[in-house]
Design a binder for this molecule. Sequence first.
Ligand code: MGD
Ligand code: MGD
Ligand code: MO
Length: 785
Amino acid sequence: MSEQKIHFYKGPAGGWGALKSVAKHLQQQGVAMKGARTLLSANQPDGFDCPGCAWPDRDHRSTFEFCENGAKAIAAEATSHRATAQVLGGHTVSELAEWSDFDLENLGRITEPLVYDRATDRYTPIAWDDAFELIAARLNALKDPNEAMFYTSGRASNEAAFLYQLFVREFGTNNFPDCSNMCHEPSGQGLKPTIGIGKGTVTLHDFEQADAIFIFGQNPGTNHPRMLGELREASKRGCKIVSFNPLRERGLERFADPQDKMEMATLGSTPISTNYFQLRIGGDMAVMKALCKRVFELDDAAVAAGGERVLDLAFIAEHTHGIDEFEASIRAESWEALEAESGLSQEQLCAAGDLYAQAGRVIICWGMGITQHQHSVATIQHIAALLMLRGNLGREGAGACPVRGHSNVQGDRTMGIYEKPPKTLLDRLGQVFGFEPPRENGYGTVESIQAMLDGKGKIFFALGGNFASATPDTVATWKALRSTDLTVHVTTKFNRSHTIHGKEALVLPCLGRTEIDMQATGPQGVTVEDSMSMVHLSSGMNAPASEHLLSEPAIVARLAAATLKGRSKTPWLWLVEDYARIRDKIEEVFDDFKGFNEKIKTPGGFRLRNTASERVWNTPTGKANFIAHALPTDTPFHLAQARAREHKTVVFNLATVRSHDQYNTTIYGMDDRYRGVWGHRRVVFIHREDLKAIGMKAGQWVDITSVYSDGDTRRAEKFVLIEYDIPRGCLASYFPETNALVPLSSVSIGAGTPTSKSIPVVLTLRPQDEALPQEQTRSIAGADA
Ligand SMILES: Nc1nc2c(c(=O)[nH]1)N[C@H]1C(S)=C(S)[C@@H](COP(=O)(O)OP(=O)(O)OC[C@H]3O[C@@H](n4cnc5c(=O)[nH]c(N)nc54)[C@H](O)[C@@H]3O)O[C@H]1N2
Ligand SMILES: Nc1nc2c(c(=O)[nH]1)N[C@H]1C(S)=C(S)[C@@H](COP(=O)(O)OP(=O)(O)OC[C@H]3O[C@@H](n4cnc5c(=O)[nH]c(N)nc54)[C@H](O)[C@@H]3O)O[C@H]1N2
Ligand SMILES: [Mo]
């Protein structure tokens, strides 16, 4: 573990710090040599798709696109550590449950299928066929297929996801909780009714043409480092980059490109954001409204002066619906309310509005800072509206850019991993595979947990991910998982979820994306879809971590064959002999995949049709819809604040974020370099004046209790207070340590996403068992030195 300290990070994002960090991780995972070779194959035309994130690659160019995040993700998978049956069997599962997330993952890759032995409280080996027979028997013994739930994490390939959703629907349910439910679900739900497609509309080419790029609630320096390369190029050619984030984030301020010899040699860097607005947590909806309001004001002024209109009247007339009602709702909004809600002054809001209105072509990007609130769908519909006011949709250099997380989370949805499947998909599946698909909607993530708690969910199956750690309301969720009859996890490594298990439990180890996938007809490639709808091939090149591993498609196919024996017409085992056969089936089900096997022969693959980017609007009105929403005044934070005023206590709004050394629930290390935190994860970032106001000091230890009105107490214990450049009233801390604070009932309206970015909390001092030196309690990372 690294030394514990907190200090100001002066460097730019990227640069030598990033290279050093990668070297350290490769070394720790024992992959220095193999790792280097593996890294060189990431995002290459004949290599594998980087499992790091869903940001697209520039033409899969031949020089290695350096990315610290990707390098760590690859090192984590290509690790030389092995969680063999012997290693795991050396501990009871109750013992393992006490280990940290870091220590569990650090055991390394699982080498053979395992079954939980109740008598000894240990995982012991099981043969693959026996594992499939056992799961099949339990599934088939259920009274109702809807008692089983099938989770997906966004790394599963298109081929694996397609087979998986087919198997589950032939089995008889649409219960598809997935990571997307906790992530960009509100983006899909927000965009579909407005622009007719639940995906972003831009490509990297648009990033080259934009005059301004607005970034809301995203930390690309840590989570999408390759995006910084695009922002750096944009910044260099004078494109305005306007960031909205409560925290000062290093990667949004300056970036040194590790591939730029000049910047590296001179310790130089490129400024990223031209303008940085530190809004209040949850204030984005007010900002969108303010920007729209400013556009209308500027347009009024243009009309009065007889100048060029600010609104794109031609676009609005030809392509949109509902402008009148929307305009009225925006004009009715007072600047005072918008200021109060956003935490920005009218002057700042107007300045941001001017930047938007003056730029010819604008892209709006967003991440988790937008999607994990109660009013996320409404906020995203305002993003669409803001773009529509100036025709910033469906033309070069402009558009909507939700930046996805997991490397194939978008593809999994395209393949039908969705608890609310459209009728057209079900009809087509039924025709192509000769069965009657279940028609009722299934459970998403939060609904699945509720179903388990209610005794309606009895078998939990996960294709990847770490459900027990990624989900909210930890106490309730663990109780839910433990109440099931059977939990099954398909996974590469051992994690928390395997210790929070049902009466029976299986852990099935699979190949990772970096590994050679050998099937009957030879080595196979899989396909993935990135955040900009580009679909391309990914082929592993490392020897598998163990000879007993199966690929995800093979696991799904063999399980399906065992479970649906005698009742499925699908040739499961034949399909996985050659993945091109799976792709032929995908082509039969989805028109957009016409010529699939041919198209992926092109290096870089192909782009799926994006109707909104062609100004074709698949909505009931046939137009892009302006949808008005009131400013939220009744979020859990608003309600808690009102009660707190009565009782004279102080309630803060807490956002749970990622540190620089984690990939979701996978903890790579204890540092958060760009925020100046070393060796800690249990920290709370807080404004200096707020510390004073509540009579606490930086370095003191606190417990965090969330305040919801359901009567339950939810607490996360032992966090150290760190002074940080964050607006007053706002706090930030890391997930998953803080997940216990969010009740299952607190989700975004219309999307069901847990509200992990706005949790009303109070802080209470606890015994000060560990003193932190004064100079280690203050981080102003990001502030101008
Ligand atoms: N290294 C690494 N890469 C990753 C991941 C990882 O864990 N580690 N996870 C992957 C996944 S699945 C995802 S979804 C993405 C996530 O990538 P991001 O969307 O960047 O995720 P977060 O770190 O959760 O938070 C983003 C930012 O939102 C800001 N924020 C918090 N509340 C608000 C708010 O109310 N308004 C605004 N405007 N901003 C707010 C935070 O300060 C933070 O900078 O990254 C992917 N890539
Ligand atoms: N409080 C709070 N909670 C959050 C968030 C937040 O910002 N705040 N973010 C949410 C978001 S955006 C997301 S996407 C979810 C993430 O939720 P998940 O996707 O469930 O979680 P991950 O941590 O990405 O899953 C990591 C595990 O996946 C397994 N794995 C890795 N590679 C592979 C592979 O190739 N195949 C298989 N089968 N398994 C593999 C490994 O065992 C690893 O332990 O968490 C959500 N939870
Ligand atoms: Mo995500």
